[in-house]
Design a protein around this ligand. Structure first.
Ligand SMILES: C[S@@+](CC[C@H](N)C(=O)[O-])C[C@H]1O[C@@H](n2cnc3c(N)ncnc32)[C@H](O)[C@@H]1O
Length: 193
């Protein structure tokens, strides 16, 4: 599941994860954020609907990143009225910077489970002390081979606890219909290590 894999999914239109709009639980979270100058990263952002929403709402310091050139080309079109949004075609694991907040939306579940520890370490590396990782994770394991790859609250707590604290993992009230009852809203604060 490298750059070519994801680019081919976009080329073939096999993008079943794509909601065509910002995910409602994330939209609610974004709309209640008071500080529009937070430095925010949206990794594995695909078509970047959350980024568009945030740009429209006046967030000033956004970076969106995806490994698939085709997704990034579309993002450049979609976000052309917002030149202040930084759009990167890059591997998340090679990205270097620091953020106050990182938003997760079907990126974690797209990675092979063998990369989960690396994901958590990289998230911690990219966040400032007390920075937040917020988003959505699937609430169950799936029978069929992924992606998406699911997981459980217990697994997530164990996985993130070396680097993150103040965990909130709660069932989403307003998931899209196919994900209802199967999605967790999660929020972690990076530990001062
Ligand atoms: C399941 S899609 C989700 C896209 C978007 N977040 C959404 O919800 O519509 C996973 C995305 O992660 C991107 N991706 C996968 N591995 C990546 C990596 N190592 N670095 C950056 N992006 C990656 C893929 O290109 C794809 O756009």
């Amino acid at each position: 599941m490298n750059k070519d894999y994801w680019n081919e999914r976009y080329a073939a239109g096999q993008t079943g994860w794509d909601l065509g709009k910002a995910s409602p639980p994330l939209e609610d979270y974004i709309k209640q954020l008071g500080n529009k100058d937070l430095k925010i990263l949206l990794p594995g952002c695909g078509n970047g609907y959350e980024a568009l929403l945030m740009a429209e709402l006046g967030f000033t310091n956004l970076t969106v990143l995806d490994i698939a050139p085709l997704a990034v080309e579309k993002l450049q079109d979609r976000l052309q009225s917002y030149p202040s949004v930084r759009i990167l075609c890059e591997d998340f694991f090679e990205h270097v910077d620091n953020y106050d907040l990182i938003l997760e939306q079907t990126f974690f579940c797209a990675l092979p489970p063998s990369m989960r520890e690396q994901y958590v370490q990289k998230m911690a590396e990219l966040l400032v002390p007390q920075g937040k990782l917020v988003g959505l994770l699937f609430a169950t394991e799936f029978d069929k081979a992924g992606p998406p790859f699911g997981g459980t609250t217990e697994e997530y707590l164990q996985l993130f606890s070396p680097y993150f604290t103040d965990a909130i993992l709660e069932p989403c009230r307003n998931s899209i219909r196919p994900r209802q009852g199967n999605e967790l809203f999660v929020k972690w604060v990076k530990k001062d290590l």
